[in-house]
Design a protein around this ligand. Structure first.
Ligand SMILES: *Cc1c(COP(=O)(O)O)cnc(C)c1O
Length: 390
């Protein structure tokens, strides 16, 4: 063998006696076959086997299996972002002529997917009141194929009665898909409550360090996995094993991070409820949050994201108030180690139930800084909001 050939053929290092706690990062486009027969029979390989790097490597399969176990599901599929997880569920299960139900407080791009992409392709949607519960029955049409739920809802934190929605959906043969990003499978297991498809933005708590984008789709029935995988194959969508390795590392500390963030967020939410600049606190652990009773019944605890609504007129001091922050960063995508503040405009996004508050909404993401530093920062921000009026 010549040196030029030696350059491209790696000798196999022995694995005997080597045992690492880290999951190896297996990168691949090509998957090679041990002989001619196995190559010629490759089309018989199913979605659990290896066929092409885009469709899975041992690294991505490890993350999928771990998420499947946490959810108590049948299979998990990884996709490049949380929004991709949502869109791929909709693209798989909705055909022209079909109808989907979407809550009024859904993650913003979900509504825009329905309006800008699904509607022109003949898929109709109805936006519904997230607090509808079993009343969802009245909104189901013969063409309804999917009920989307997100609980607590993005920004405004309403907790949905998923068991009541699932009961109606099962009776009518409609699939239920749940965006479970806030809770993670540690605080709520959608499939255990009868949901068919659970979506997570791994970008948030699983990644945990604001440095990766990924989404997961976990299904209760392997048949649903096959249908989604066929669409992924046709669209050419897969994830990088390097990012899967980052997600696997993040997942190891998720339970400890989330327990800390949940404790601090509940503590801050209670303290903020008494502040003179604050109109109301939207945290599922507080009775002031719509669906608090449902959270207490169905969820195992609190995550680190919640919102406050300030007294009317405080918008005027938004810029100086945000600039008063020294520890909180200003930004939207949450779930990492850094605490974040993001103001959100809600009124224009509501089309079913008018938003009842006139003051600005501020979303708070608790990170891993010392709670004392964070509280001092929040007090400085609220003092700047209140200005001389308090
Ligand atoms: C962030 C987020 C998403 C989207 O995740 P990306 O990975 O940023 O696309 C979806 N749903 C919820 C509730 C989110 O917070």
């Amino acid at each position: 063998m010549r040196d030029q050939t030696r350059c491209v053929q790696h000798p196999a290092a022995p694995l005997d006696g080597f045992a690492s706690l880290a999951v190896p990062t297996y990168r691949a486009s090509t998957i090679v076959y041990e002989d001619g027969e196995s190559f010629l029979n490759r089309s018989k390989r199913g979605f659990d086997d290896y066929t092409y790097g885009l469709h899975g490597t041992p690294t991505t399969r490890t993350l999928e299996a771990q998420l499947t176990a946490l959810h108590g599901g049948a299979r998990t599929i990884l996709v490049p972002s949380g929004q991709a997880a949502i869109s791929l569920v909709m693209l798989t299960f909705l055909q022209p002529g079909d109808h989907v139900l979407i809550p009024d407080n859904a993650y913003g791009p979900v509504r825009s997917l329905a309006v800008n992409y699904l509607a022109p392709r003949g898929v109709d949607h109805t936006i519904y009141d997230p607090m509808v519960g079993g009343g969802i029955a009245a909104l189901i049409r013969p063409q309804t194929r999917l009920i989307w739920v997100e609980s607590p809802g993005s920004g405004t934190m309403e907790v949905q009665d998923i068991p009541a929605i699932v009961a109606v959906a099962k009776e009518k043969g409609v699939l239920v898909g749940c965006d479970n990003t806030w809770a993670t499978p540690l605080l709520f297991k959608p499939l255990a409550h009868g949901v068919d498809v659970a979506v997570e933005a791994l970008t948030k708590y699983v990644g945990g360090h604001s440095d990766l984008l990924m989404g997961s789709i976990t299904v209760a029935d392997p048949v649903l996995r096959d249908r989604i995988k066929l669409v992924l194959r046709d669209l050419g969508i897969g994830v990088s094993p390097d990012e899967a390795a980052l997600a696997l590392r993040g997942l190891e500390t998720m339970a400890v991070r989330l327990a800390h963030m949940g404790r601090v967020s509940e503590d801050f939410a209670r303290r903020l409820a008494g502040h003179p600049a604050v109109e109301t606190v939207l945290h599922p652990a507080l009775p002031s949050c719509p669906g608090h009773d449902i959270w207490a019944r169905d969820f195992a605890g609190s995550a680190g994201v919640f919102s406050i609504v300030l007294k009317p007129g405080m918008d005027a001091r938004m810029e100086p108030a945000l600039s008063a922050l020294k520890v909180f960063a200003i930004g939207a995508s949450w779930g990492g180690t850094r605490s974040l503040i993001a103001p959100a405009a809600v009124t224009a996004d509501r089309t079913v139930v008018p938003w009842p508050h006139a003051g600005p909404l501020i979303r708070i993401n608790i990170g891993l800084e010392a709670p004392e530093d964070l509280w001092a920062d929040l007090e400085a921000m609220l003092a700047a909001f209140a200005g001389s009026s308090l």
